[in-house]
Design a protein around this ligand. Structure first.
Ligand SMILES: *[C@@H]1O[C@H](CO)[C@@H](O)[C@H](O)[C@H]1NC(C)=O
Ligand SMILES: *[C@@H]1O[C@H](CO)[C@@H](O)[C@H](O)[C@H]1NC(C)=O
Ligand SMILES: *[C@@H]1O[C@H](CO)[C@@H](O)[C@H](O)[C@H]1NC(C)=O
Length: 866
């Protein structure tokens, strides 16, 4: 098969599309969808949109081949809102799929079928975009008078520094996170960096938040209008409009408040800040995806202080399109060095929440920042987890963060929560990037690991890693110290490109996720004492994957349980290092379990991965509650041995499948991706988030399990298959080289697509095709081929799959919905007082696919993650 010339031209033309300002949406008159087009599958975008009866709106942000399309709503006088449910566009797509796969028709209209097949296979993903009403919560503490800042004995210190550096900002001496007169060991330690001449000049940070008051005299001089946009009101400038739209402005002040006579200064006070407003109203996945890539060539850092609710019961992850945008930022942002995504860990610790139940903070692509307070103690709200990288200063033990506020010369002394910790980290990264603009996204993380400083060494939460360093679920690698960070950055040797080793999932007693309804079968009941399973990594496996230097580990699990909050999951490395991935969550009563949910740990950073990795799943043995462990998948991320062999990562669509489809050729369900709006980061933060005393004497996860363990035998059969698979991949590498050499690449590529279609057809025909057979034969090879073609379209274009309507487990998702509030110690009840209207408002969506919807942290969310 060859590429027709016109097709090639279309393809090339698309590479040149530049994102311009997003068009204004009109959700009252139109239904919107995101459509991912695969130009290599034979149909042009125009054919696809024509067939679906939709109109092209624009490219989605910076995502190549991903389009926002719309169709006029069919208004019914009686029930105008019903239209989405009985969706014409999805129906047309389903019809197309049905026509393309039902080879058994009595009337095989071959031409029609071929056409349907060509068009449907050119649509990799299709999902409705439904904005949801944002949940308003009053952050009443915000209106209170700021607590008096207690003058310390040595206030002289900050005054001396202000004099020496010429600061006349009236609140400079109250900015204890910059110079802490009372506890001088607890501050960002940034003044020495300024004295070295680094103030962030030339670096742009985007505050993805609820607006940014560029009219403030403290921000105007450092505001970057060109890279700002308002996705809530679809206007160019991110003007705070709502009465509680002050969060983004306060965060921006922490980073780039100007050195002048207003309020205080930012950590990188000569850097620029852009505002991308998404938190002040309903937003769709496409807009969030565009927001996270907005201006991504010139913007270096995206500071994100939001996430799913911190109620100790939610478990949500970004949907496909959003995760795709994040990967796009990592691969292509900042001229390929990668956007720096900084996320606040969440404020739900007092509700038992953990940042490993949030798919944004447990992403390998984000630097997850937790909070530590004025006295260096752990504030009760700051969430622990094995994905925490560092801590930065924020509210607690009687103090808040002092920064700029909305208004011409207004200041805030009531800022806090983990959402104030994240911008402090972003400010440090801006300083480091001025010193070393060539640092990649992974260098930024490596320097965190290397320079973070241990605090409260007596805290039992610190545990030894294999590297000899200590790690804490509460503090990550420790306190982010600007001076140490920038100094290390100055003569940092760049890390080699990223490598990964993703063995197929381990099935426990043939544990399988049935695609039809998300049920699972097989598995091992979780007995008292827990169930364990092991996976052995050999040096040969790592070499085959050009892998050395372990960094992140992601672990997907398939577990059913009648009370999800009872489940504990921990991973033990070959060197005996234990990572708690999930600890008990009292408020999480979901009965949906974990269906491919992804956990992440950085506690094995730098460890030799060779040897036996063991997962242990246990519960509380609560009367009346039980569960089953079906499978798990360990994925290693690190650096390459040989940089020349580095590949371009492609985001798979199907990682939630069990058994895993190594090729990612899964059938994807078009999940109506909803997008709910994100709660304000500070909403829900209780009044006392700055006053309560912190602690430094409690392990985050009280000794989960030192008890003896009964160990059922893992499915050895699958295990040996795995090894075969690995060696066949090796063989395949060789073959690929040859193929490429002979220039038959394109042929292979299409062969692969055909194979995919075969599998797809089989599945969607509803045969009870065992997933195993889909996942095994030949898939790994296809994967490698794909990677070989990585440059053709780094958006992953082709690879995987598209969605199939029909509802199964899915992936996609859109749920990310609600975001964290920063501080939300507020406990589950607070959330419940504010029911997510979004969830309730979309029964129609749910009827399309069981996978969407509910914000209650049902497992569907898990499947949305990738
Ligand atoms: C803080 O910065 C100063 C330079 O201003 C430096 O001498 C000191 O070592 C730093 N403190 C730590 C703990 O790194
Ligand atoms: C990005 O920076 C370049 C060079 O400084 C400039 O020419 C261009 O206009 C900027 N683009 C945006 C979107 O800021
Ligand atoms: C798993 O499946 C294989 C082949 O389908 C079968 O031989 C084996 O007995 C099964 N194991 C269990 C524990 O059911």
């Amino acid at each position: 098969m060859r590429l027709p010339l016109p097709l090639l031209l279309v393809f090339l033309a698309q590479q040149c599309v530049h994102a311009s300002s997003p068009a204004k949406r009109s959700h009252s008159t139109h239904d919107y969808y995101v459509l991912e087009h695969n130009p290599l599958a034979g149909a042009t975008l125009e054919e696809c949109t024509g067939e679906l009866g939709v109109e092209l709106v624009e490219q989605v942000g910076e995502l190549r081949n991903v389009w926002l399309v719309r169709s006029a709503k069919l208004m019914s006088a009686f029930s105008p809102r019903e239209v989405t449910g009985s969706d014409q566009v999805l129906r047309r797509f389903e019809d197309l799929l049905a026509l393309s796969v039902h080879a058994t028709s009595l009337y095989p209209r071959a031409a029609a079928r071929a056409r349907a097949h060509r068009i449907s296979s050119s649509i990799r993903h299709l999902s409705p975009q439904i904005p949801r009403q944002r949940i308003k919560r009053d952050g009443s503490f915000l209106e209170r008078a700021p607590p008096a800042v207690k003058p310390g004995d040595s206030q002289l210190n900050s005054e001396v520094i202000a004099d020496r550096l010429g600061f006349v900002d009236p609140l400079f001496t109250k900015q204890w996170h910059i110079v802490n007169d009372e506890y001088p060991e607890h501050m960002m330690n940034v003044t020495g960096v300024w004295e070295m001449g680094f103030t962030g000049e030339g670096i742009i940070t985007s505050l993805v938040d609820d607006g940014l008051d560029y009219r403030s005299r403290d921000l105007a001089g450092n505001f970057d209008a060109e890279n700002s946009y308002d996705f809530n009101d679809h206007t160019d400038l991110p003007t705070p409009v709502l009465s509680d739209d002050h969060h983004g402005t306060r965060c921006a002040g922490q980073i780039a408040a100007v050195k002048n006579d207003v309020c205080g200064v930012g950590l990188a006070y000569e850097s620029k800040v852009a505002g991308v407003r998404i938190l002040s109203g309903p937003i769709t996945d496409v807009d969030e995806a565009a927001a996270l890539n907005y201006g991504f060539q010139n913007v270096s850092i995206y500071s994100c202080s939001w996430g799913p609710p911190d109620d100790g019961r939610s478990m949500e992850a970004p949907g496909y399109i959003i995760e795709k945008a994040v990967v796009n930022g990592i691969l292509n942002g900042r001229a390929g060095k990668g956007s720096i995504f900084v996320f606040a860990s969440g404020n739900g610790a007092s509700s038992g929440d953990q940042c490993n139940f949030d798919g944004y903070t447990n992403s390998i692509y984000s630097v997850t920042v937790s909070a530590v307070d004025f006295k260096g103690l752990h504030p009760y709200y700051s969430e622990p987890c094995a994905a925490n990288m560092v801590v930065a200063y924020s509210s607690g033990s009687g103090q808040h963060i002092v920064t700029t506020d909305v208004g011409e010369d207004k200041c805030s002394s009531a800022h806090g929560g983990t959402s104030a910790a994240a911008p402090n980290a972003a400010g440090v990264f801006a300083l480091a990037l001025q010193a070393r603009p060539d640092l990649t996204w992974r260098d930024i993380q490596h320097i965190c690991v290397k320079t973070a400083q241990m605090i409260n060494p007596e805290d039992p939460d610190w545990e030894l890693m294999a590297s000899g360093q200590k790690y804490s679920y509460k503090y990550g690698f420790g306190q982010l110290n600007a001076y140490a960070y920038v100094q290390a950055a100055q003569d940092w040797q760049l890390v080699k490109p990223q490598a990964w080793f993703h063995p197929a999932a381990m099935q426990i007693n043939n544990g399988t996720l049935l695609t039809e309804n998300g049920d699972m079968e097989g598995g091992q009941p979780i007995v008292s004492g827990g169930v364990t399973s092991s996976f052995m990594v050999t040096q040969d496996m790592l070499d085959t994957h050009n892998f050395e230097g372990l960094e992140h580990l992601t672990i997907r699990v398939w577990i059913s349980h009648t009370k999800r909050g009872d489940v504990e999951v921990e991973l033990t490395s070959p060197n005996g290092i234990r990572s708690v991935l999930a600890a008990k969550r009292d408020y999480d009563r979901a009965a949906s379990g974990f269906r491919g949910w992804r956990f992440m740990t950085i506690k094995h950073w730098g460890e030799n991965a060779v040897g036996t990795w063991t997962i242990k799943v246990s519960d509380q043995s609560t009367e009346g509650h039980s569960g089953t462990f079906y499978g798990w998948r360990l994925m290693f991320w690190g650096s390459t041995i040989d940089p020349a062999g580095a590949q371009t990562y492609t985001l798979p669509l199907s990682e939630y499948q069990l058994p895993s489809l190594v090729d990612d050729d899964a059938v994807i369900v078009p999940t109506p991706t909803s997008s709910k709006s994100h709660p304000k980061p500070t909403s829900g933060l209780p009044d006392d988030h700055g006053t309560a005393e912190g602690e430094a004497d409690k392990p985050a996860f009280p000794s989960t399990s030192s008890t003896a363990t009964m160990t059922p035998t893992p499915d050895e059969g699958w295990f040996s298959d795995m090894s075969n698979l690995v060696s066949s991949q090796k063989w395949f590498f060789g073959a690929i080289g040859a193929v490429v050499l002979f220039g038959v690449g394109a042929g292979v590529f299409f062969w692969r697509r055909r194979a995919k279609h075969r599998a797809y057809a089989a599945l969607s025909a509803g045969d009870e095709l065992p997933m195993n057979s889909v996942s095994r034969e030949g898939r790994p090879r296809a994967k490698e081929l794909y990677d070989a073609f990585g440059e053709v379209s780094d958006d992953d274009a082709d690879e995987e799959t598209r969605l199939q309507p029909g509802g199964q487990t899915s992936e996609g998702l859109g749920f990310h919905s609600e975001f964290l509030d920063d501080d939300e110690p507020s406990s589950a009840t607070v959330y419940r007082d504010n029911p997510e209207k979004g969830h309730d408002a979309s029964p129609d969506v749910r009827s399309i696919s069981p996978g969407s919807g509910s914000g209650d942290g049902s497992w569907e969310h898990a499947s949305e993650t990738h």
